[in-house]
Ligand binder design. Sequence first.
Ligand code: GLU
Length: 312
Amino acid sequence: MNAATDPREYDLDELRSRTLLSGGGAVDDSIPELARADPDLLGIALVTVEGVLRASAQADVLISIQSAVKPFLFALALQDHGPAALDLVGIEPTGEAFDAIKLESGTGRPPNPMVNAGALLTAALVDGADAASRSGRILDGLSAFAGRDLRVSESIAESEHLLGDRNHALAHLMRSEGTLVIGADEAVAVYARACAVLVDARDLAVMGATLAAGGRNPVTDQRVVGDGVARDVVSVMATCGVYDGSGRWMRQVGVPAKSSVSGAIVLAAPGVLGAAVVSPPLDEQGTSVRGHAVSDVLSHDLGLHSFRMPRG
Ligand code: GLU
């Protein structure tokens, strides 16, 4: 058992060996590139709000960010579009799958920014005159969150765009409701490119830490978004970040997080740290099986649960 409760001294390689054998789950096969993922990959990293980084073996293996991009698209939409973005996308959990073809009844808005409908919309709210400039602003924003220049996998972006039939359906549905005002194909292209950004566990941990530190990147010291924006984003991660598994996640792990089909999970414990786990096999809700196990232990060992009783 890892006795240290100070994240700056936490042994992530020991945690990795302890959880590497937890089995089960299946690698996503929605696009060929994801189907080829290594099921044995397990990378873990954490970054404190003071900027101290800890990383395990394989924390430098790149994967596509997929839905772990959604909190950051929401942040950039709030930053660029202001609080008016909250009139265009809901913030209520759905209890449904990430790609459910469903909008909020009465308003025609996407239910929240952590499901596909919502992320298609928030990506469209980021500043930019056309798809290329909006995608450029998103890549720059994500790079500022990560503290280094990120890049896009062109083949993954293309597969996501070509094979994302449900995303095309959602974009058309939102256009018919008048909630999406850019072209449906353009919205899917921008979202697909955002999902195809390559990150490793370290990058995602810095990104989570930037939210946990109120929008200031603790490694580069750059203010990326305002603290009100970071608070809004982390709140919605807490209620909607793990799709229809969000309730179970908050009870067990108790740390706002976002899961993704590439097996990445990004966590943000406000005022304490950001963390990330990358391991491709997923459970039925699309959450990394080992990622969940690692997050459970991390939360327990570091006392991260949002609703724990204060020690003593
Ligand atoms: N690119 C995936 C999609 O839009 C992301 C889903 C996820 O990671 O949960 O279908």
